[in-house]
Design a protein around this ligand. Structure first.
Ligand code: SF4
Length: 342
């Protein structure tokens, strides 16, 4: 019988949580960051916290009455841990009420690394917060300074440590291609982030969005975003680094929500960026298995769940598979958990 190599996709398994996002654009933010367009990204204007709480309470009530859920409630779009008093407590008390009714299973928020004092986080944990996603963006001092983030790489690392020390799950967001970027910065950022072993990571390549400070920099010729091709390559190289540390990368690029697509002036945005990137990362896994096989493969069995990404977007990786000896007729999609290369 011909030698065969069996292998699994290296991505860690997903957590079964349906997320209920609550957008609080710019709420609690100490200033508006150069690149940030939360209003266009989320399709919501800066809202009053009272209005956000009232509509959330109504929506949760209706979901409970309709027997929906459970959900993971996620407060996004601003700096939750720096909301003025008593708003963090107010939102968490609302979440706790619906948690005891069985509608909410977990609560997470997004915030900045420089708004994470240990005592404050520990208090939010006792009020029902489970996870903090930190908008780290980069650990590189120069990229952070040129982008006007207002904190250093060390502060970003300390922020991650403070979340873990408070007993909260950690998520890390990175923004490759910031102003001040140089070759190798994102690779180092990805390795550092993976070493911190967050539960999840999100990678949002930097875009030039209408109405931001970065748009003005770009118009004056002072900022050049990454190309789409570089973005695909860099993100595809980063995925195995995260997977190797058991970290799921749950987002690659911004989702086309609100008016975002219309408002992107420049930068590496594509609706199928994630599919392209995941496809490239998977190609490397197959290439490695083919190397182990030591001869041209004659068949590849692929778990059906990876059918949508094996060949990348629009079959862009077909030629790469053919070069490995795997033409379309030799690839089979099967109801199995693992891959088989024969
Ligand atoms: S990047 Fe984060 S901290 Fe900066 S303005 Fe946007 S939401 Fe606020």
């Amino acid at each position: 019988m011909a030698r065969q190599i069996e292998f699994f996709h290296p991505e860690p398994p997903p957590r079964a949580h349906r997320v209920w996002p609550v957008f609080l654009p710019f709420a609690g933010c100490p200033h508006r960051c150069l690149f940030c367009a939360q209003d266009r990204q989320t399709g919501r204007d800066a809202t009053t916290l009272r209005g956000a709480r009232d509509s959330l309470a109504r929506d949760l009530e209706s979901a409970l009455a309709a027997g929906r859920g459970p959900y993971e409630l996620a407060f996004y779009g601003g700096t939750f841990t720096a909301l003025p008093e008593p708003w963090p407590e107010t939102f968490l008390a609302l979440a706790a009420r619906f948690r005891s009714a069985g509608l909410i299973s977990r609560v997470r928020c997004s915030t900045r690394p420089d708004c994470t004092d240990s005592a404050g986080l520990a208090r939010l944990r006792t009020l029902g917060l489970d996870m903090v996603e930190l908008g780290v963006q980069s650990f590189d001092d120069r990229a952070l300074a040129v982008s006007g983030r207002g904190y250093s790489g060390e502060t970003a690392r300390q922020g991650c440590a403070a979340v873990r020390e408070a007993g909260l799950a950690l998520g890390i967001q990175l923004l490759p291609g910031l102003p001040g970027d140089r070759p190798g910065v994102f690779r180092r950022d990805a390795a550092l982030a993976a070493d911190l072993a967050p539960e999840i990571a999100r990678l949002y390549p930097c875009l030039v969005v209408r109405g931001t400070g970065l748009a003005r920099e770009w118009e004056r010729g002072r900022y050049t975003p990454w190309t789409l091709e570089r973005t695909r390559e860099e993100l595809a190289a980063a995925l195995p680094v995260f997977w190797g540390r058991g970290v799921r990368v749950i987002r690659l690029g911004l989702a086309p929500e609100g008016t975002l697509e219309r408002d992107i002036l420049a930068g590496p945005w594509h609706p199928a960026l994630g599919q392209s990137v995941r496809g490239r990362a998977l190609l490397e896994v197959v290439r490695e298995a083919a190397g182990e096989l030591g001869r041209a493969p004659t068949r590849l069995d692929v778990p059906r769940r990876y059918q949508g990404e094996l060949l990348g977007h629009g079959g862009e990786l077909r030629g790469e598979y053919q070069a490995l000896g795997l033409s379309q007729g030799t690839i089979r999609y099967v109801d199995a958990a693992g891959f088989v290369l024969i």
